[in-house]
Design a protein around this ligand. Structure first.
Ligand code: XMP
Length: 434
């Protein structure tokens, strides 16, 4: 292993991830471990240069004060009691130490006390992971559901580099992908990276199951269940697969709750596959934050557009073609979305706006085309910014850009005679309409 490591022991402080990120920003790798880790377990972690014990008001769990094992204090590692150091700082500044102040404390600890080397970078990360993956997998085969999203794409690129054709990627096109998206997965992974890629066009199957289903929750359930069924069928056709690769990333784990934090959502659910189809997991992005996943993707040579792809919901365009999905409205969503993306890119907005897309509702309005009355669907535009998707504000798009998008949609998209803009923040609205 190439990189030095600073271990953070988790006594329930919500600042743990912030500290891990700040240490990584100094170029030194850092991971968070449970508070009750033993010295024996600690010694198995490679290159540990120092330990940060970080608890806060949370280190009382079920009425009991929790601490690290006494043996940790005498194990000989340089130690920083973060809360204590930061609290000293607080006395002087009467508030939570400013970012620079905290960073100065961390910097002094990491470099002066622990003598850690700033050798955490994506090149070393990729080299280490390639070695670890090869060690874990040996000559066995690994299966990956490759959606084309950032995480699964980076996992695929990393595994291709490590084990080449021992990786079997399955890309399921549920017919609700954006324009050109499945094609780009095939182009990048099959044509350029020579991956072992199975492409399953299940569009008809999904659209058939969804026919006449108008309830949003019901639609989501059908899409999710059908996705697992298609993936399971493909997995059963393959022989000798021992591992399943997943794009689990650090925030997924941190949000799942540690021993000292409440479980927000469960993770490690192997895509809902049946009992007899359980595999061992390969999760090479397990310790990365989202921006590090993107940096890893760039290091592996993935195209910029794939690495910086805006978030796209699992049920895809299905939740943007409101009510019971019809082919003509789905086509209108897909084509208008492509125009919106193209014009946002032309205006440079693709680099700054968090998420932008179009919606087609299941009602019509009266219009006039070629001097005749028409009765067609509206297209709704949505462009939002957010940090964590829990709340969101609306991007104030330039009028000229909106006008260009509107003109193009009205001219190029069939069955559409009106364009509207959704300017509702979240809350009260959600980002998606269904
Ligand atoms: P809402 O509509 O809840 O969306 O404000 C918040 C963010 O989550 C995305 N989203 C999903 N992502 N599967 C996903 O992977 C889903 O079922 C799903 N539903 C919503 C949405 O696009 C937005 O970024």
């Amino acid at each position: 292993m190439k990189q030095d490591m600073i271990v953070i022991l988790d006594l329930g402080s919500t600042e743990n991830t912030v500290i891990a990120r700040e240490i990584r920003a100094l170029g030194v790798y850092s991971e968070i471990y449970p508070h009750d880790i033993t010295v024996e377990e600690l010694k198995k972690i490679p290159n540990v240069k120092g330990i940060i014990i970080n608890g806060g008001e949370n280190n009382i769990v079920d009425g009991e004060r929790i601490d690290v094992l006494p043996e940790i204090y005498t194990a000989g590692y340089p130690m920083l009691a973060a809360e204590h150091e930061f609290a000293k700082c607080e006395e002087t500044y009467t508030q939570w130490p400013a970012e620079e102040e905290r960073q100065a404390i961390l910097k002094a600890f990491v470099f002066d006390k622990c003598k850690a080397e700033a050798n955490w970078n994506m090149k070393n990360f990729v080299e280490d992971q390639v070695e670890l993956i090869r060690r874990q997998v040996g000559d066995k085969k690994v299966l990956l559901a490759l959606s084309g999203g950032v995480d699964s794409s980076v996992v695929a690129a990393l595994l291709i580099k490590a084990i080449g054709k021992q990786l079997v990627c399955v890309h399921v096109n549920h017919g609700l992908m954006r324009k050109g998206e499945s094609e780009s997965v095939i182009e990048v992974f099959k044509n350029q990276m020579d991956a072992n890629l199975i492409y399953v066009d299940a569009s008809e199957r999904f659209l058939g199951k969804l026919e006449g289903v108008a309830d949003p929750e019901e639609k989501r359930k059908i899409i999710g269940a059908e996705f697992i069924r298609v993936f399971e069928e493909e997995a059963r056709k393959l022989e000798g697969i021992d591992f399943l690769a997943q794009g689990t990333i650090y925030p997924d784990i941190v949000e799942s709750g540690t021993k000292t934090a409440k479980v927000v959502k469960s993770h490690h659910n192997v895509g809902g596959l049946p009992e007899d189809l359980q595999f061992s997991l390969v999760e090479p992005l397990y310790y990365l934050f989202k921006d590090e996943v993107r940096a890893c993707g760039l290091e592996l040579g993935l195209p910029h557009g794939m690495v910086f792809r805006q978030p796209f919901p699992g049920p895809g365009l299905g939740v943007r073609c409101l009510g019971a999905i019809t082919r003509e409205r789905l086509e209108a969503v897909r084509e208008s979305d492509a125009i919106l993306r193209e014009e946002f890119a032309n205006a440079g907005l693709d680099k700054t706006v968090w998420q932008y897309f179009t919606i087609v509702p299941d009602f019509k309005s009266v219009g006039v085309k070629d001097n005749a009355r028409c009765f067609e669907y509206p297209v709704i535009l949505r462009a939002v910014n957010t940090i964590d998707a829990m709340s969101a504000s609306v991007e104030e798009v330039d009028w000229a850009v909106l006008k260009k998008i509107t003109d193009r949609i009205l001219k190029e998209v069939k069955n559409v005679n009106r364009v509207c803009m959704d300017i509702s923040p979240k809350p009260c609205a959600t980002i998606e309409w269904e």
